[in-house]
Design a protein around this ligand. Sequence first.
Ligand SMILES: *Cc1c(COP(=O)(O)O)cnc(C)c1O
Ligand SMILES: [Zn+2]
Length: 413
Amino acid sequence: MGYVKGLKCKECKREFPKEPIHVCEFCFGPLEVDYDYEAIGKKVTRESIQAGPPSMWRYKEFMPLDEDNKVGHHVGFTPLVRAKNLGKALGLNNLYVKNDSVNHPTFSFKDRVVAVAVSKAIEFGFDTISCASTGNLANSVAAHSAEAGLKSCIFIPDGLEAGKILGTMIYGAQLIAVNGAYDDVNRLCSEIGAHHKWAFVNINIRPYYGDGSKSYGYEIAEQLGWKTPDNVIVPVAGSSLITKIWKAFHEFEMLGLLDGKVQSKIFAAQATGCSPVTTAIKNGTDVITPVKPNTIAKSIAIGNPADGYYGVKTTKESGGYGEDINDEEIVKAMKLLAETEGIFTETAGGVTVGVTKKLVEQGRIKPDETTVICITGNGLKTVEALSGQYADPVVIEPKLNSFEEIYSNSVTA
Ligand SMILES: *Cc1c(COP(=O)(O)O)cnc(C)c1O
Ligand SMILES: [Zn+2]
């Protein structure tokens, strides 16, 4: 297999060989993977995809690997849930939730990008995997490095949730908390990269890493019956996922795998306490003004997003928009999804649900349109966000009357 011709600068279109590099040395534009679409088109059909495994590797021809994937065989193909109850609450008659809170193995969409990045790092011959992470990436890099039998050294901002920290350490990773925000961590990692020949999944491996996210988009289209939805609401941190969903839809269109054309509007969702991308969209500019994050949605708290410019561009090109909600609204939206659909998402999922509500109220999303909300992470990893929301459960004696007392009390209360 292998349909990758090389890398290409997204701006000046200069070509580069397949190497662990991510920036154009001429114009400093980001590099992206250049595929041989003609060859992919000869090989891939709806039937060939459907005959593939129930994982992201059913789209392996669209992934930037030269060999079969080395790790993450069960990543992806998560449920696209028909969300009738949530739809009723929001006033949407054709609502779906793409649920990566149950992605294997670390319960976030990051398993998609990491399965690709670690497989690519192995192709390149690296023995240590690293990253700058807001939490979910740390979990996934640690897990997939363990699976590969490689060392991992992972950097996070200080003050992340306990579940994200323990959920990294359990895999035997070396975890380092940096006194600063994500953007400080990222800068430090670039410096460390000059001294250590490591695979930093979201820095020197970034062009390959990002394309793992395309699988999320392919799955939405396939699971809707080879159609793209009218609206997709995407949580935005570095702006990788949002651009790759858009790219995925267009690759499927280009290869004739879709019914009809892509007419999806892509909406960016951020927390008000870290909203450089949605602020730019609202201000009608593609210039991102970096911010200092202050929100409970830590997994998407990137103040200076690497692909922010392209995130804005995606929403604009598609006819979408961007919105943000505050921390209180995030918690409300997490509860709403849980109470209506039985899905416990993390703070980032609260952001997309709450932003969807806002977009419906603004009339930007119409009741009968097909809408997909991206749920990208699991609520059990961010329980701190809900602290003080619920009283401790009532404790009773193991006796029937003890129960009846409480039960009738609570009913009449
Ligand atoms: C990383 C992350 C995102 C967004 O990632 P991008 O950097 O924009 O690709 C969204 N949701 C969750 C839960 C994440 O961990
Ligand atoms: Zn260039």
